[in-house]
Design a protein around this ligand. Structure first.
Ligand SMILES: Nc1ncnc2c1ncn2[C@@H]1O[C@H](COP(=O)(O)OP(=O)(O)OP(=O)(O)O)[C@@H](O)[C@H]1O
Length: 370
């Protein structure tokens, strides 16, 4: 079989959106390929839904371009776009049964009855809801309603499906099950999914690519593994996964200093003496004796989390360290932390972003990394 070519389906170029004097989208640029699963991930108010609406045509960009299949659709009305949206509350018609909900859009388009029947039956099969045609929406579980909402969107055979926080109404267990279902559905259909969520675990689990948003800007885009292992800045490192982030200074390529010591690290390409932030994930830390550790910390508190102990600690400079330990260390005052050079990820320090600690000044001009 021939490998499918990757084709760009959607592109946003320098898109801005203002609400009065508030900038909701601030120079948004990205491209989406055909047949992949993309997540826009960011905290409440970061602009995710505004992007979705700009793509669907519910709102229009104030500046910049929206291209679909290479055609400029920036000002094209929503109903003319080959895009469908699954909303957070599903927006199903409670007084109609499953079949009529799914058929609704096709009837509006005045499609022949026999074709409508064929399409609806086929789609209900895909979402494993065949047999439920005559059920009312109120007689369905949350997960089933969610599937009907997806069926109603995919029955139109869109090239791009937008999903706005569409799992957030479900309880944890059902949500996890739907994550699998949605992912496998997307892979079977080969439709491009653009999924909006504020749940980082969900985005990591489901996506081919994640676009992390904050303050109306895309902070970073990449595969889940790239984003997790190599966050580009403080916001991304903090928002995705648990991390320890401490101020440091680059000594030379592959060497960084923090807490008064020099450590081998995985990163190169920064100037000596450049201010940086060092990221170390709690799962990458091993607990050892103070004598054997690369760093010594004071244990502050401990919580049992079932498969590990979560420990809060601090070093002599007052940096907080979160550690996941396999054994309880409640009885200890001090422990050593060990980690590999690869576990240390260094990010360029961004003046605008973080409230950088005055402690750093001790490294600023000098050669005092030991
Ligand atoms: N129609 C509007 N008029 C004025 N401000 C708006 C409008 N729509 C959105 N905003 C503002 O733009 C910002 C981004 O909103 P948006 O809904 O895109 O965020 P979001 O990332 O989707 O958040 P959430 O996860 O809470 O849905 C918010 O501060 C919001 O208050």
């Amino acid at each position: 079989m021939e490998m499918a070519k990757t084709e760009t389906i959607l592109e946003l170029q320098h898109v801005y959106k203002y609400f009065d004097d508030f900038t909701a989208l601030d120079d948004i640029n990205f491209t989406l390929d055909q047949g992949k699963f993309y997540s826009f991930l960011g905290p409440s108010g970061s602009g995710k839904t505004t992007i979705l609406r700009t793509v669907s045509g519910l709102i229009l960009a104030d500046k910049g371009k929206v291209l679909f299949d290479g055609q400029d659709i920036t000002n094209l009305p929503a109903e003319k776009r080959k895009v469908n949206t699954v909303f957070q509350n599903y927006a199903l018609f409670p007084h109609l049964n499953v079949f009529d909900n799914v058929a609704f859009g096709l009837r509006l388009k005045k499609m022949a009855k026999s074709e409508i029947d064929d399409r609806v039956v086929a789609v209900l099969k895909v979402i494993q809801m065949d047999g439920y045609e005559n059920r009312m929406i109120s007689e369905l579980s949350g997960g089933q309603q969610q599937r009907v909402a997806i069926a109603r969107a995919i029955v139109n055979e869109p090239r791009l499906l937008l999903l706005d926080e569409s799992l957030s109404a479900l309880d944890q267990k059902l949500r996890q099950q739907m994550q699998y279902e949605l992912r496998s559905l997307q892979q079977r259909l080969g439709i491009t999914f653009l999924f909006v969520t504020h749940d980082q675990e969900e985005a990591l689990a489901m996506s081919d690519e994640i676009l992390v948003m904050n303050d109306g800007k895309i902070q970073q885009s990449g595969t889940p593994v790239d984003i997790y292992d190599e966050p580009i800045n403080h916001f991304v490192a903090n928002f995705i996964g648990a991390s320890n982030i401490v101020p440091g200074v680059m000594v030379r390529d592959y060497e960084v200093a923090f807490v008064g010591k020099t450590f081998e690290c995985a990163d190169a390409g920064m100037r000596p003496n450049e201010k940086v932030e060092v990221v170390l994930r709690p799962e990458d830390i091993d607990v050892t004796t103070p004598e054997q550790g690369k760093l010594v910390v004071h244990v502050d508190s401990q919580l049992f989390r079932g498969d590990h102990f979560e420990i809060n600690s601090h070093d002599e400079d007052g940096n907080q360290w979160l550690i996941y330990a396999t054994n309880s260390i409640e009885d200890k005052d001090k422990v050593g932390l060990s980690f590999t050079p690869n576990a240390l990820h260094v990010m360029r320090f961004n003046e605008d972003e973080a409230d950088f600690d005055a402690r750093l000044s001790q490294y600023e001009e000098g050669d005092n990394a030991d």
